[in-house]
Write a protein that binds this ligand. Structure first.
Ligand code: B12
Ligand code: SF4
Length: 474
């Protein structure tokens, strides 16, 4: 059987003038995961439109498309194109699960939820000539799932070909998060066996890893055993974790000893009313400052994530948040406008309050206000969002952030790292144009290896280049 698998791109990633590096970071892991269920004789072409021009003149029997909210329109366009040519087209992923009726107009079959249980069933039915219209995932486990088809990933396109996911979902239930909508109808947090996770890590060449798990520290016994197993492997890696888990005794220590060098932390808001409103209880009454100090103590870079526009936010939230982040000496920060993704509790609440103002999914990119905020105008919210980036990465802020560090070496490192970050985008753009992004991976590895120790001037330059990677959650 001839199969075409596509990860469609959002418009921004297709611009011939400017291709942000973030679209060249991670390969399409979701599609490579379900591809593991095909037969050896199946002829599979996996294309990621973020990094390559799609070949649309082929004649596949089966077309498999992954749909995110911001690439939904493009996904539907591609689906229509292939159905018109007579191929059997299936759609799955987060946006299909959130809005199945919308997606069903463009597909022969749709998939709701993760694909590890439903995809093999579909393949059986498809080969037998009676595929169903809809498959809803119910059985949630990663045990016995065949190894991800990394051979289908064109590694040279990506700065971080070694991205890896060893769990699914998260134990928490924040109202704005995609997670509960996607995993409804079954477990919403589960992990691989530690043994399988370590085997997958061993398959990956080089030193660097990026765990894309929502919350790698989410199941403490699993995480502790995984980190113990990784000790001595000589890996350097990046991941996401909550404030609560960073404060937990022993886990961060184990992670750092196993090579953790940078962590994405969802601080989200400094206001407890906002945390309650979003049911982000695990951040309530947690000492953010202590968590940051702990990370800094272990030489782990902090990429702080902040969300603007919750109901207790007024026009002062931007300057207050940036000021706090700078004063904490956080190395990189990502800011987001609160976005009510369809299917989430946040969306339901806002829809019930008649506050959703925009249903153009292209604008659900966390950079546009698609709802009416309570205490400020849409313009104030969007301008404050952009101002936050400018203010956080302005030279005076960078110097102040650096000078929160006690030792001169740490100050210089922060200065070189965060300072050069501002200038790194044009360099990435050139590398992308010349398809050389992956050439920098060895440098990234050497920089992360040296992090936590005293850096040389050369290290600092490389670190500046690699810093874009730690802001991948943007
Ligand atoms: C890595 C990542 C990126 C990477 C690359 C994505 C990629 N190559 O796939 C980059 C940095 C480019 C990125 C960018 C953005 N991202 Co992003 N990203 C992620 C992240 C952290 C991990 C994705 C991943 O690899 N998961 C692991 C794999 C195994 O899971 P999976 O891809 O979901 O696939 C499984 C199922 O979905 C299903 N499945 C998927 N497709 C199909 C198809 C079929 C037929 C079947 C049967 C099953 C199936 O089966 C797979 C196995 O279970 C997720 C968070 C998350 N946990 O998903 C956010 C996330 C997907 N991103 C999000 C957003 C908002 C964005 C941006 C808009 C951010 C921005 N402000 O610019 C952009 C736009 C992306 C776009 N192209 O439209 C949201 C999506 C919300 C939504 N409802 O769609 C998420 C959920 C983050 C969040 N918590 O809000 N992102
Ligand atoms: S902690 Fe993060 S991943 Fe987990 S539910 Fe909340 S926002 Fe989602």
């Amino acid at each position: 059987m001839k199969v075409k698998m596509i990860l469609p791109a959002l418009t921004e990633a297709l611009s011939p003038f400017w291709r942000p590096i973030k679209y060249h970071l991670f390969p399409p892991l979701g599609l490579a995961t379900i591809a593991a269920f095909f037969d050896e004789t199946d002829d599979i072409d996996l294309q990621d439109e973020h990094v390559e021009v799609l070949n649309l003149n082929d004649e596949p029997d089966l077309v498999v498309i992954q749909v995110y909210i911001t690439s939904a329109y493009r996904a539907y366009e591609l689906a229509d194109h292939y159905r018109h040519k007579g191929a059997y087209v299936v759609l799955g992923g987060l946006h299909v699960t959130a809005l199945p009726q919308e997606a069903a107009h463009h597909a022969d079959t749709i998939f709701l939820g993760p694909g590890e249980d439903t995809w093999p069933l579909f393949l059986q039915d498809f080969r037998a000539g009676h595929p169903a219209k809809t498959y809803q995932s119910k059985l949630r486990t990663l045990l016995g799932v065949p190894p991800i088809r990394r051979d289908l990933i064109k590694r040279y396109h990506y700065l971080i070909p070694n991205s890896i996911v060893v769990s699914r979902g998260c134990p928490h239930h924040c109202d704005f998060c995609y997670k509960d909508a996607f995993y409804q109808g079954g477990k919403s947090f589960y992990t691989q066996s530690v043994e399988d996770a370590l085997t997958e890590i061993e398959r990956l060449p080089g030193k660097h890893l990026y765990f894309l798990d929502d919350h790698l520290f989410g199941h403490a016994p699993f995480a502790a055993e995984l980190f113990e197993g990784m000790k001595g492997m000589g890996r350097v890696w990046q991941a996401a974790a909550t404030v609560e888990s960073i404060l937990q005794p022993d886990l961060l220590e184990k992670a750092a000893a196993a090579g953790l060098r940078s962590v994405f932390v969802g601080f989200e808001t400094l206001d407890p009313h906002n945390l309650r409103e979003q049911h982000k209880y695990h951040n309530l009454n947690r000492d953010y400052t202590t968590a940051i100090r702990r990370l800094q103590e272990y030489g782990v870079m902090v990429n702080g994530s902040f969300v603007y526009g919750m109901d207790s936010d007024d026009e002062t939230v931007f300057d207050r948040t940036v000021e706090w982040a700078v004063a904490q000496g956080i190395e990189t920060a990502t800011f987001h406008i609160l976005t009510p993704y369809p299917g989430t509790r946040l969306y339901e609440r806002m829809a019930a309050q008649n506050r959703i103002t925009d249903d153009n999914w292209d604008r659900y990119d966390t950079r546009h206000a698609v709802y009416r905020p309570v205490q400020m105008s849409v313009e104030t919210l969007e301008q404050g969002y952009w101002r936050s980036y400018r203010e956080f990465y302005r030279w005076s802020s960078i110097v102040r952030g650096a000078w929160t560090k006690e030792h001169l070496a740490d100050r210089l490192r922060h200065l070189a790292y965060t300072g050069s970050w501002k200038k790194a985008e044009p360099i990435w753009d050139i590398l992308i144009r010349f398809k050389q992004v992956n050439q920098l991976l060895p440098m990234l590895e050497s920089v992360l290896t040296s992090f936590g120790h005293r850096l040389t001037a050369e290290d600092s330059k490389l670190l500046a280049l690699s810093s874009r990677v730690s802001t991948a959650g943007d």
